[in-house]
Design a protein around this ligand. Structure first.
Ligand code: PNS
Length: 169
């Protein structure tokens, strides 16, 4: 992290957010307390099968931020490399949430690679709250597709759109 001006530190929280969960919300709120501005950056085209389009993911993240009254948090989408996007915003840090040792391996590798690509940008990992330890977007989708209820693991602004995906058609 550079030390130019500690009063204008910008962090970017990148992810697929398909959908944005209570785990993401917890990390967002905590990162927003550490930085002046936090940008939730919705990656447009992750290499995985998505439930929501980028426009829908963006809209849902924005609805959560609005309903949670997080004045220093913005939501944007991006394409290309995360580090390039962070640079384009003159950002200082990349935020990631860590749940388990499995996460650690992947995050460690991504953090090292991003650091090699952009040594001035730090990756800041926050440990998940115990309450959110088991929440994974991919598993929530699987459970919902099999008829399980996961409403209490999603922000209220996401629940309606999420359940609609499994009842429509
Ligand atoms: O929510 P996810 O799927 O764990 O987020 C992964 C994400 C979007 C942060 C990661 O895939 C990413 O940064 N993609 C952008 C392309 C990039 O920069 N790749 C190199 C990082 S290893």
């Amino acid at each position: 992290m550079n030390n130019q001006n500690l009063s204008t530190q910008i962090a970017v929280y990148p992810g697929s957010f398909d959908p944005f969960t209570n785990g993401h919300l917890d990390i967002t709120k905590r990162a927003a307390r550490l930085f002046d501005t936090l940008i939730i950056a919705v990656y447009a085209s992750p290499r995985k099968q998505l439930l929501f389009s980028v426009e829908e993911r963006l809209e849902l993240c924005r609805a959560v931020v609005e309903s949670e009254h997080l004045p220093n948090v913005r939501v944007e989408s991006f394409t290309g490399l995360t580090v390039d996007y962070v640079k384009s915003l003159s950002g200082h840090a990349i935020i990631r949430g860590l749940r388990s040792s499995n996460d650690f391996e992947a995050e460690f590798q991504m953090g090292l690679l991003n650091h090699r690509l952009a040594p001035d940008i730090e990756t800041v990992c926050l440990f998940t709250n115990l309450e959110q330890l088991f929440i994974r977007s991919s598993q929530l989708k699987e459970v919902a597709s099999l008829g399980g209820h996961v409403n209490d693991m999603l922000p209220s602004a996401v629940v309606g759109a999420f359940n609609k995906k499994f009842t429509a058609g």
